[in-house]
Design a protein around this ligand. Structure first.
Ligand code: ZN
Length: 702
């Protein structure tokens, strides 16, 4: 690993930030980002950095300050404000204490912040306070962990890094680690860094560059050592190709996702689901295919901060032997119940009487390893599952490195594992916004249109993951990219032609590959054709039929099969139309084909209820646009309607507004809210139609 330090770039940070934040913090920010930019050094909020500096208060007194990374911030994108400023002279004095529990420690931080608006600083803050050097960098480098997480690791660290570093046994992050580190430092103040067994590396310096380059130097030495020692390779039983792994994933992921779901006891929201992301890298597949795979992979995490993401152990499941999904379901159910039994026992063995430590009552695994398929990474949403996946990838890299040097992996002891997973200060990092559709995956057809984009946005605002499907093209890609900016990790564009059953099947597969399953299907794609029956071209009529009727059928049929496989119910919402109840002259093809699709959805409500699937319809009157996005349907039929009524565009919109009881202009957002009413399961309702039309007595469903 090479130093990426550039004096020029460092000066750019000074130019940008020093005026407001001071030169020290500007350089701290630059070096922190260099560290954060290397995934093999830190991942997702792992690692932390600090600088000791002075600030001037209102009375013009100079106050010594420790600027330390706030908990949860990511070094790769950190801003100066991502460091919390604390009263250093007070923190240093805490070293005199014999004990300090988490609550007291955090209270000390919160009452000694220099800015009351700054966030809780890192759990490792006192390490930064107690070690005297000005700049301090701490990371969980892969190469260092490959040395520390083995029996006899201390000797390996000394072999690899020489005598210039201190080596400290494992200490609980927090006060005890800080005291031990300070003690070791003061006994040997001449060293350049310290390795914490089964935790990571800490380096220091009087300048940001010195401390950063000490990290790079030590990690490079560890990497070179590992490369020298890598004498063997994993022995593979078979070698799974990524294509085969993907094909198998699309068959088994919905089953696995369904079995992982926890019953809630609430009949309207009966399941607490997870989003499931596959990890199918070459390295992962090889590890799982190897003879050593199971004993190597089913071991504790690399460091304590990974525990809240991937738990104490992954679950290993053998792949299905045949296409008999029934037998495999039974096998997975058994494995999951064993896992939860063992996990419960683990919690019981170590439960400590700390009111802030606790268990959420969820005893399911976060990583499920299946040879020939890969690792399934679970989380409450795609962001959480993505973090678990990145950590899993790093974990496998390190464990495979250890195997290649003929070593044995050794993680933390069980009591430490329990403590670090259930400490209140750790669990607080997991608290996310609990939105109603947080763990849901929806597919929306016709998503690039006005109503489709409105529905997609409405679902995203409630926390849903949305696969936006439509005919391939810039319209779809552009909209998905725009929404992905606002709702990162939760939007994907999937090209789909609803008239082709094969295209529908492929779309479902690609969504399963992305998030593990589907919970909500919004059938919105439709085409309109204006013209009297006398003039009707049967070829054109058939086009309407293929999209509006067969398209609906393909979606319903695929959804039914998927929901059966997943086994946790599901929802379908069909975007019907007021024309089903009050057809319009000159609009026969549209009214008739939409009536057929509406009827199909009603049948689906009868057929799928036994699986816990609800099928409902929303029936809007004319929606002309969603913001600047014009409705494709109205672009087609609008001119004809305008001619028929002698109106311009604005006049036509006014005409539709005035014809309803509430004189309401119907928007895509209104339709989205109606879809959300069903999707969030406010009432035990299926087979029902909710009009979104401002009140049209002739079109009231009856
Ligand atoms: Zn750490």
């Amino acid at each position: 690993m090479n130093s990426r330090w550039s004096d020029q770039e460092a000066e750019r940070f000074v130019a940008r930030y020093a005026r407001r934040w001071g030169r020290d913090l500007a350089l701290r920010t630059y070096a922190s980002r260099l560290l954060g930019g290397e995934p093999s050094l830190v991942l997702h909020g792992g690692g932390n950095t600090s600088v000791k500096t002075e600030i001037t208060n209102l009375l013009q007194d100079r106050v010594s300050a420790l600027m330390v990374k706030a908990s949860g911030h990511d070094l790769a994108r950190i801003e100066p404000g991502g460091h919390t400023g604390l009263d250093l002279s007070h923190l240093v004095r805490l070293r005199k204490l014999d004990q300090l529990d988490d609550r007291q420690m955090v209270d000390e931080f919160m009452t000694h912040r220099l800015d009351p608006r700054s966030r809780v600083p890192s759990i490792e803050t006192l390490v930064h306070a107690f070690l005297p050097p000005k700049f301090i960098d701490h990371c969980h480098a892969d190469a260092i962990l490959a040395l520390t997480n083995q029996p006899g690791g201390e000797a390996l660290v000394r072999d690899a890094l020489g005598d210039g570093v201190l080596v400290l046994d494992y200490f609980e992050p927090g006060f005890s680690l800080a005291k031990a580190s300070a003690g070791a430092f003061h006994r040997h103040p001449d060293r350049t860094g310290m390795v914490w067994m089964r935790h990571g590396l800490i380096t220091w310096g009087e300048t940001a560059r010195e401390s950063y380059e000490a990290t790079i130097d030590l990690v490079s030495r560890a990497e070179a050592f590992l490369a020298r020692k890598a004498s063997r390779s994993l022995t593979l039983r078979v070698r799974t190709s990524p294509e085969a792994a993907q094909a198998r994933w699309s068959r088994v992921a919905p089953i696995l996702r369904g079995l992982l779901a926890r019953p809630t006891g609430n009949p309207d929201q009966p399941w607490q689901r997870d989003v499931l992301l596959p990890l199918q890298s070459r390295e992962t597949l090889d590890l799982l295919d190897s003879h050593e795979g199971r004993s190597l992979a089913v071991t504790p995490p690399l460091t304590a901060d990974h525990l809240i993401r991937i738990r104490n152990l992954p679950l290993w499941i053998e792949p299905p032997e045949s296409d008999d999904s029934h037998a495999w379901k039974k096998q997975v159910r058994k494995s999951l119940s064993d896992y939860s039994r063992d996990y419960r026992a683990f919690v019981r063995r170590h439960r400590i009487p700390d009111p802030e430590s606790g268990s959420s009552g969820d005893f399911s695994p976060r990583l499920i390893l299946i040879p020939g398929i890969g690792a399934a990474c679970a989380g409450r949403d795609a962001e959480a599952a993505g973090i678990a996946r990145d950590i899993a990838r790093q974990t496998f890299t390190v464990k495979a490195r250890i195997a290649r040097m003929g070593g044995t992996y050794q993680g933390l002891e069980e009591s430490h594992l329990y403590l670090m997973e259930h400490r209140g200060i750790q669990q607080a990092k997991l608290a996310g916004a609990e939105q109603p559709l947080r763990s849901h995956v929806a597919v929306v057809t016709g998503a690039a249109g006005a109503i489709g984009s409105g529905i997609s946005r409405g679902l995203l605002e409630e926390g849903c993951h949305v696969a936006m499907t439509d005919l391939p093209g810039d319209r779809l890609e552009g909209l998905a990219a725009e929404l992905n900016g606002r709702f990162p990790n939760r939007v994907t564009a999937v090209p789909l032609d609803v008239t082709s059953p094969r295209s529908v099947a492929e779309a479902f597969d690609s969504i399963v590959l992305k998030w593990g399953g589907v919970d909500l299907v919004v059938i919105n794609a439709g085409v309109a054709l204006a013209g009297s029956l006398a003039e009707m071209d049967s070829g054109e009529f058939r086009k309407s039929e293929r999209v509006n009727v067969e398209g609906t059928l393909h979606l319903l049929s695929r959804a039914a099969r998927h929901f059966r496989l997943q086994g946790t119910g599901g929802d379908v919402v069909l975007v019907s139309t007021k024309n089903v109840f009050a057809p319009g002259a000159g609009f026969g093809a549209y009214s008739a084909t939409k009536a057929a699709s509406h009827q199909l959805a009603r049948i689906a409500s009868l057929e799928l209820a036994e699986m816990g699937v609800r099928v409902n319809m929303v029936a809007p009157d004319a929606v002309f646009s969603d913001g600047a996005r014009r409705s494709g349907l109205w672009e087609q039929v609008g001119p004809d309607r305008m001619r028929a009524r002698g109106l311009d565009r604005e006049g036509l919109e006014e005409y539709y507004r005035k014809r309803n009881l509430l004189q309401a202009r119907i928007t895509a957002e209104h339709v989205a809210r109606a879809v959300l009413f069903f999707a969030s399961r406010q009432t035990p309702t299926t087979g029902a139609t909710l009009p979104v039309d401002g009140g049209l007595p002739d079109a009231t469903p009856r």
